[in-house]
Design a binder for this molecule. Sequence first.
Ligand code: ATP
Ligand code: MG
Length: 162
Amino acid sequence: MSPARKTPAAEPAEAPVIQLKGVNKFFGTFQALRNIDLQVKKGERIVICGPSGSGKSTLIRCLNRLEVAQEGEIYLFGQRLGQDAAAARPLLAQLGMVFQQFNLFPHLTVMENCTLAPIWVQALPQAEAEARAMSFCAACALATRRRNIRRNCREGSSSGWR
Ligand SMILES: Nc1ncnc2c1ncn2[C@@H]1O[C@H](COP(=O)(O)OP(=O)(O)OP(=O)(O)O)[C@@H](O)[C@H]1O
Ligand SMILES: [Mg+2]
């Protein structure tokens, strides 16, 4: 008689980090997003591409509630993003985005602009926030300009910090 073998329990499927179901977004009578279904899993990197005006930014703005979609469901980290802005705040604090047109604080340095939200929103220790920001600055060839304030970065920088 052989020992009874236990069938390994199936791993619970991990909820997608981002999920959209049937999202429709209108600006007046103009429909910017049409029946969007999307799933992004943890660790997955995706590209959303399309012609100018096809709704890429609108989609991202709906994720962080800068825009509110009239129809459909949006889930972040498995939780439904509801109508209540205050209830959504802890969820949205975990979501980051980089604006297409920068909105930076002109009186702060590169480093201060990069660390402001992680320190104030995520309560990250300053040293940790700076180390993280430094790795991003290095990736964008901005490491040597991290102590510059925004207006001092213009000269000679056509694609960097403006
Ligand atoms: N606040 C708004 N009010 C009215 N129409 C808007 C608004 N925001 C975006 N739109 C319209 O929605 C459509 C999608 O715009 P969106 O900015 O999402 O496009 P995009 O794909 O990000 O374009 P680009 O590649 O130029 O950044 C466009 O036709 C745009 O004019
Ligand atoms: Mg855009």
